[in-house]
Design a protein around this ligand. Structure first.
Ligand code: THR
Ligand code: THR
Lengths: 167, 167
């Protein structure tokens, strides 16, 4: 299946919260997001990778509007002992870039091309989350303009910009 | 924005590879996925969370058809010293479940409800990756049938099953 690349979306409006050291047992994600939902916050991307065998712990990161960061941190901190995670990290200097298209699921080459373009611009990829229609990366906010430019060039999107820029 | 839940998709055809201890510096994701792309493998979900400040290392996990696992492991192992990751984990007993809908990005309540349903069935959530239209989790393969059932019930989808089951 040939991948179709439609465009690039960037977002500088979000912050990232990482819940560090979450016990990898049933119920923890439920506890955390029930708390978050109670604050009324809008959650965008959630990422959790596998736990470390040696610790039985993993991290859960999610992005949300910067304006909602504090209320969520406060709610989580209040339940830290109850939930049992080790700590919280807050980062309001992230940028999010997504390559938007279709049929990208079966194409490791598209991911490789995106990651290579960012590397060639010296941009570090801090988080990755993909679906069939979107490859999303989190980088430093101050690299997003360069990232947009090199990704457009790499995929021949110059002049066909469909960038959705949230500020 | 009210979220619309369209259905649940499950997939038992995939295996998971975790590249453990990847140096969190530009170029590593590019190296890894260029290698993977060369094998011709079809890659589905890629997940990378933030690195640990103490180690400067992170893990990159991805799923792919079970039939393609070995060729990718072989290719990665051959380049381990070049790329510098600590190790590889291979897991062919995963199940993937995705809640499919629209407008889910802004709704922490939908994620909370999904995670709670799985918890109540005693199912451990091993990975999470979300987009506006899809909340995907990885669990043990032998919990996927229970997961499908409890998620249908939680979201009132009984009888409207849009489950896409890959076997
Ligand atoms: C870490 C967290 O996702 C846990 N495994 C749970 O099922 O809730
Ligand atoms: C870990 C890996 O994603 C690395 N940060 C890179 O940019 O390639």
């Amino acid at each position: 299946e040939e991948p179709l690349i439609a465009g690039v979306a960037t977002d500088l409006s979000e912050a990232k919260i990482t819940v560090v050291g979450v016990p990898d047992i049933p119920g923890k994600a439920a506890q955390i997001f029930t708390l978050v939902a109670k604050t009324g916050a809008n959650i965008d991307m959630i990422v959790q990778n596998v736990s470390a065998a040696s610790t039985g712990l993993t991290d859960i990161s999610f992005t949300l509007p910067k304006s909602e960061g504090q209320q969520v941190l406060t709610a989580l901190r209040a339940e830290q002992s109850e939930t049992g995670f080790l700590g919280l990290q807050y980062d309001d200097q992230i940028g999010k870039l997504a390559l938007v298209g279709a049929g990208m699921r079966t194409n490791a080459g598209v991911s490789a091309k995106l990651f290579t373009a960012l590397f060639e611009a010296g941009i570090n990829i801090e988080m990755i989350s993909t679906s069939e229609i979107r490859i999303s990366v989190v980088t430093r906010a101050d690299t997003i303009n360069d990232a947009l430019r090199v990704v457009h060039t790499a995929f021949g999107l110059d002049g066909t910009e469909e960038a959705v820029v949230h500020a």
